[in-house]
Design a protein around this ligand. Sequence first.
Ligand code: GRF
Length: 192
Amino acid sequence: MENKKKIVVFASGNGSGFENICKKLLDLEFLEISKLYCNNNKALVLDRAKKYGIENFIFQNNDLKNKKVLLDLQKVKPDLIVLAGFLKKIPTDITNKFKHKIINIHPSLLPKYGGKGMYGENVHKKVIENNEKESGFTIHYVDQNYDEGDIIFQKKIPIKKKDPVNLGKEVLKLEHKYYPEIILKCLSDGKS
Ligand code: GRF
């Protein structure tokens, strides 16, 4: 099919979110997962990309600043850039060129528990420590600041057990349920 919508995914580590996106979206005729961008050449997500036949672009963190990543993105021309467990800040030249075309998923109810260092279990530990009654995840547009762009979607769950590992698993399961749907929604809403 011509004129397929193109998405690319940025990930740094495990990549369960990336694999979930592949499982749910790869068969869609009107969409192409064009590339995985990864800043860690030992990341498990690279094996997952290989399994699904997705091309990868491995880069050094410095390549975010020296425009190597930006230049490649400008060649690929994605309709949407999907961050799924990507741990580096996206520089302003990329956020400016791809305004409302970059989305991220974060395992808390932003604006709470976002920002530098707030990833993975750190988030869930803090949430439990602070006796929060609920948590969840947030999908948002990416701007020049960590975890601060406009919110697209949030899902809340009550915290039943004071156990960060358990909370992390529950939140991740929900992320996997909703992220592919929201990616499709962003593509069809026209902003991207
Ligand atoms: C997810 O919790 C996501 O919210 C956050 O990073 C985690 C990624 O996990 N941005 P994985 O690498 O996809 O398994």
